[in-house]
Design a protein around this ligand. Structure first.
Ligand SMILES: NC(=O)C1=CN([C@@H]2O[C@H](COP(=O)(O)OP(=O)(O)OC[C@H]3O[C@@H](n4cnc5c(N)ncnc54)[C@H](OP(=O)(O)O)[C@@H]3O)[C@@H](O)[C@H]2O)C=CC1
Ligand SMILES: Nc1nc2c(ncn2[C@@H]2O[C@H](COP(=O)(O)O)[C@@H](O)[C@H]2O)c(=O)[nH]1
Ligand SMILES: [K+]
Length: 479
């Protein structure tokens, strides 16, 4: 990456900068590879944040199916984490994981899982778990909320036979031929997943992130306190593909000790550690055993660190400097936090990140943990909160130790309750992946780059005024 014009003497964040187009020999956005090649199984440079409101098993599986990586949060009890990792590994790679409810559940129950939109649906099972049928979500919008799902199944939705899905493209074609937007997929009468036209299309564009056995990949986080060796061993035994050691101030002795302890276990999975924002942080964490550095102090949407402590660094410069130091040591950087548009992902990659961690943006999706709620105007949202917020601290320490809870609550920071609205045009995390990856594929061709390494080399970054940034935004109404 080089600066277009002079390099500034002060730190920059994403909205301070823009990419300048260059002469390109890459003539199609489909000729671009987004693979991060950072030692993880990811095929696109996107990871979901280890936040309770963001990454649960469903979001992790959905992300992995499209080549990303979900990081399960450290706050889940070890048994739950173990179960979540195994659940992800059990999910279909070729089909979508169904949203399932019992026949006596109501339309109102179903609407807490999915909006009544085309391309989504609910699988209905009997009390004993037998597959009864499938309802397209569009039906839910025109049915009384107290209607029972089992009673709506009479005109059963046609299913797709898994044997007929011979290629990625054939799934899309089968749905078009059957005039369906959404369908269950059965193999010998047993449900193996669901499909929509969009997921059929996606199967032709994305490669899944899988482990050596071909199962979906998943990462999990651990903190730096407690028996980190036991936790790391347990997660590795459950099949986790990447371990993340995470704390607010990653450049501290507690992290270095925890990291060295986990490294000494020889688990043979990439170790991510953070958060840091300086080259000396990179050097110290790499000496202790980190393979990937998680970079970002203060940019997160739920984060008040900078206002509480003045500590942090504008994220573009933090990623640029740490990734240069990381490259010299043969390791990689994940840019964590502050991403609000696809452009921010492109800029983080131009600055040298191998992958970009997204939290709050993904919290407002069907696949995020928690149920859909609607505000007074009927807009759908999910709740989100910071991992250092009073809410998170109370959940983390509430059932353990009243003294520890009181002490930690004193230091809590970050937003405890935020509404993240679903975009009705992009209600699924996969819709956001489509939007982000298509934006970033375009960024690559504007720079004349066919992969991440070329993009990093060729990117020319200019500085802009606030008015310059504003000019780039669309105008929703006329002036
Ligand atoms: N990227 C970011 O900007 C931030 C991210 N977070 C996220 O919140 C979650 C909770 O993290 P965390 O609060 O570190 O909790 P952890 O449970 O990981 O514990 C943090 C440990 O570090 C010690 N510590 C020393 N200095 C600090 C400091 N300045 N801030 C916080 N802890 C410190 C704490 O001790 P003691 O309590 O005795 O001081 C404690 O032992 C993580 O997921 C983290 O990534 C939180 C804040 C900022
Ligand atoms: N200072 C705090 N930072 C937090 C908290 N919870 C999460 N985070 C950080 O934010 C990113 C995600 O950023 P986003 O802009 O995509 O939402 C996450 O990975 C953490 O590093 C918090 O309570 N306080
Ligand atoms: K912030």
């Amino acid at each position: 990456m080089e600066f277009y014009g002079s390099e500034p003497a002060f730190d920059l964040t994403y909205s301070d900068v823009f990419l300048v187009p260059s002469r390109s020999e890459v003539t199609s956005r489909l000729d671009v590879s987004l693979a991060p090649k950072d030692g993880t199984p990811a095929q696109i440079p996107l990871v979901s944040a280890n936040m309770n409101s963001v990454t649960g098993p469903r979001l992790a599986a959905t992300l992995a199916r499209r080549g990303g990586l979900g990081v399960l949060p450290q706050d889940m009890p070890l048994q739950e984490l173990d179960a979540a990792i195994r659940w992800v590994k059990d999910q279909p790679v070729e089909y979508d994981t169904p949203l399932e409810l019992a026949a006596d559940a109501t339309v109102a129950d179903a609407l807490t899982l999915t909006p009544a939109l085309t391309g989504h649906g609910i699988v209905v099972r009997s009390g004993s778990g037998e597959y009864l049928g499938c309802l397209p979500a569009t039906v839910l919008g025109s049915t009384p909320p107290d209607a029972r799902l089992g009673d709506l199944l009479h005109g059963q939705l046609t299913s797709i036979d898994a044997e007929d899905v011979t290629t990625a493209r054939s799934a899309f074609d089968l749905l078009v031929a059957a005039d369906l937007d959404f369908a269950p997929v059965l193999r010998h009468g047993v449900l193996v997943g669901t499909l929509s036209r969009t997921s059929g299309l996606r199967a032709t564009l994305y490669r899944p992130a899988v482990d050596a056995a071909g199962r979906l990949s998943v990462a999990a986080a651990i903190g730096i306190n407690g028996d980190v060796a036991a936790k790391a061993r347990a997660l590795a035994a459950a099949g986790v593909d990447v371990l993340v050691l995470d704390t607010a101030h990653g450049h501290q002795e507690g992290m270095l000790t925890a990291l060295a302890t986990v490294k000494s276990l020889g688990l043979k999975i990439p170790l991510v550690a953070g958060n840091i924002v300086t080259p000396t942080g990179v050097a110290d964490l790499v000496s202790a055993g980190a393979d990937i550095l998680k970079v970002g102090v203060g940019p997160g949407a739920m984060c008040t660190t900078r206002m509480m402590t003045a500590v942090g660094r504008p994220q573009f410069s933090a990623v640029l400097e740490t990734s240069e130091a990381a490259r010299d040591l043969g390791v990689h950087v994940w840019a964590d936090g502050g991403v609000r548009y696809p452009r921010d992902v492109a800029l983080a990659l131009a600055a040298g990140a191998s992958s970009v961690m997204i939290g709050s943006w993904f919290a407002g999706t069907i696949e995020a943990p928690g149920t859909l709620k609607s505000d007074a105007t009927g807009r759908l949202f999910k709740e989100s909160w910071g991992m250092a917020s009073t809410k998170a601290v109370q959940e983390r320490f509430g059932r353990l130790d009243p003294y520890e809870l009181a002490r930690k609550t004193l230091f809590a920071e970050g937003i405890s309750s935020s509404k993240i609205y679903l975009d009705p045009g992009r209600p699924s995390v996969e819709d956001l992946l489509d939007m982000i990856t298509s934006g970033v594929r375009s960024s690559f061709t504007y720079a004349g780059a066919s992969d991440l390494a070329e993009f990093r080399d060729r990117a020319r970054v200019g500085l802009q005024s606030a008015a310059g940034y504003d000019e780039g935004k669309a105008l929703p109404v006329s002036w």
